[in-house]
Design a protein around this ligand. Structure first.
Ligand SMILES: [Fe+2]
Ligand SMILES: [Fe+2]
Length: 284
């Protein structure tokens, strides 16, 4: 079996993280859905109900009145954020494992993904065509899922990949991955998202988070949002191992996102603050 065939097999074998998250995604894909349908799905899942209420009442969202009902919590958080919470709370296999091929210890992937999610949610607020912040959050959360599959195939070549980046023999770490195994974590992540039945917006954000200019017109602003969200997570000191900062920033984000240096710095601080709060509300 070739490496690519083995990678496809691993994608097939990866368990779907959260059924309820995908049921919610299915419902909200239909433009005519009602909030009631989403609330019902959350209420049918006791642990998700607890998580959603916890996050809605955490200091990040708390606005003076305690949120006691799922209905209010979904209104406060937004539907896509609820999906993000469901995925976060239920997918330790994807997010908590060590990524040995990236020399990234257990917990790093989760930390990087959550920071990128918060940063993408904040960046979304500055997009010119108004990317929904909740969609930014969920896209940021999932952007690197391909690493959970690709990691094992990079074991043994990690050092040569890093050197290829340092010596500028390749454009970025993604290209180094392609040279080593014939595909990269963005492509593999997109295939995984396809297998899980995720909507096109999420698949596109995952596939093009390092090459946002290649995304189609409808999703390009979202791809740039996650591109910057990922960068902010890495700048905040949270990558997923050897590849942190071995990517190039695409400055054409300015065509889709109107943000200045000061606003950027504010987001960096906000990510740090919210990360601690959301992490605590999800872990306690
Ligand atoms: Fe990535
Ligand atoms: Fe990343």
């Amino acid at each position: 079996m070739s490496i690519l065939e083995t990678i496809s097999k691993r994608i097939e074998e990866k368990p779907i993280p959260s059924m309820v998250a995908f049921q919610i995604l299915k419902v909200i894909e239909d433009e005519n859905h009602s909030l009631k349908q989403v609330v019902k799905l959350v209420e049918n899942d006791a642990s998700l109900t607890t998580e959603v209420l916890k996050v809605a009442n955490s200091a990040t969202y708390f606005r003076g009145m305690p949120v006691n009902t799922v209905n209010r919590a979904v209104l406060v958080l937004g539907e896509m954020m609820v999906v993000g919470v469901a995925i976060c709370a239920s997918s330790s296999i994807v997010f908590n494992s060590a990524l040995d091929g990236y020399e990234s210890p257990e917990g790093d992937m989760w930390e990087h993904s959550l920071r990128a999610a918060i940063a993408s949610r904040e960046i979304a607020k500055y997009t010119k065509n108004k990317v929904p912040p909740g969609l930014g959050f969920t896209s940021g959360l999932l952007h690197d899922i391909g690493k959970s599959v690709l990691s094992e195939f990079l074991i043994g070549s990690t050092q040569s990949l890093t050197e290829a980046c340092e010596e500028r023999k390749v454009h970025d770490f993604l290209e180094a991955e392609r040279q080593a195994v014939g595909t990269d974590h963005a492509e593999v992540g997109c295939q995984l998202a396809e297998k899980w039945g995720l909507p096109i917006a999420l698949k596109t954000a995952i596939k093009y988070h390092h090459a946002p200019s290649k995304a189609d017109a409808k999703h390009i602003a979202l791809a740039y949002t996650v591109h910057l969200g990922d960068l902010i997570a890495m700048l905040g000191g949270s990558g997923t191992g050897v590849d942190a900062l071995a990517y190039k920033i695409d400055n054409n984000y300015e065509n889709y996102i109107k943000i200045d240096k000061d606003e950027f710095s504010v987001i960096l601080l906000k990510v740090q603050e919210d990360f601690e709060i959301i992490k605590e509300s999800l872990l306690t």
